[in-house]
Design a protein around this ligand. Structure first.
Ligand code: FBP
Length: 262
């Protein structure tokens, strides 16, 4: 069965809004407004995001009614910051459960370089096979981490992560951008036909954030961004989303979209 990717993209670009930080980081990322997943789903819907990323429990309880217009990516694994162990994130949700929720794609995180890498590779292989049997794309977060990884933002490591994602069968790779645009172009070549989206990271200034988006999506022509905190931690998430869309879909420069957030 062929994998149906078009639903997740608009004009060939992905604008994904991630809301899985509660599990990954704890509620410290949230305030009294964005602690409510509906607040974030409203931003995804009104802000024109091309998909929303949720953990299964959140999807089952909140992905209903008008929110079902937004394509859903269900994360099948996740971990907390609580155990002081070598990084590992194990599957806690099946592909079939994600399909029942209305998922258009499934997501999984691998920590390349972790001593637990082999377990995650094996689990991911089974997920790719099952998801692709149903025509569902698979998005892979690739964050090099572990006691043998000294700098997770090292150029060679990010390029290696991109190649791992391609060779393991992921359709969309989520990678961190380290600010080195020339090397990022090489990373995209390493990813081959797998589509690369960059992660948002912790909150930056509007200019820093939009410049990063412009460099990676407009200059280097990567496939998009999966962002969370930079949008829903912002006091004006809807205005910032307008500016972001102008950069991603209309190839505007940050100074040309500044009027949205003045
Ligand atoms: P942000 O834009 O808020 O960084 O979200 C992107 C994301 O990949 C989330 O999907 C995930 O919860 C989080 O970052 C993981 O971040 P990290 O493991 O680097 O703390």
């Amino acid at each position: 069965m062929s994998v149906e990717l078009t639903k997740l993209f608009k004009k060939g670009k992905a604008l994904f809004l991630a809301c899985d930080q509660g599990l990954e980081h704890g509620p410290k990322d949230f305030n009294e407004h964005n602690i409510d997943p509906e607040f974030i789903l409203h931003i995804a819907l009104e802000g024109g995001y091309t998909a929303v990323i949720l953990q299964p429990g959140t999807a089952e309880k909140y992905y209903h009614g008008k929110f079902r217009k937004i394509p859903l990516i269900v994360k099948l694994n996740g971990k907390t910051v609580l155990p002081q162990i070598e990084p590992v994130s194990r599957q806690h949700c099946s592909v079939s459960r994600a399909i029942k929720m209305g998922a258009s794609a499934v997501g999984y995180t691998i920590y390349p370089g972790s001593r637990n890498e082999p377990e995650m590779f094996a689990e991911f292989g089974r997920i790719v096979e099952e998801a692709h049997d149903h025509g569902l794309p698979v998005m892979l977060w690739l964050y090099p981490r572990g006691q043998d990884v000294h700098d997770q933002l090292d150029n060679k490591l990010i390029a290696y992560a991109a190649r791992i994602g391609l060779e393991l069968g992921a359709d969309i790779l989520k990678l961190k951008y380290n600010g080195d645009l020339e090397n990022f172009k090489w990373i995209l070549q390493c990813a081959g036909k797998a589509k690369v989206v960059i992660s948002g990271g912790s909150k930056k200034t509007h200019l820093e954030f939009l410049q990063e988006v412009h460099d990676t999506i407009v200059e280097a022509n990567c496939a998009g961004i999966a962002v969370g905190r930079n949008i829903w931690q912002d006091p004006r998430p809807f205005s910032l989303s307008k500016a972001l869309k102008d950069v991603v879909f209309r190839h505007k420069r940050p100074d040309q979209v500044a009027h949205h957030i003045k």
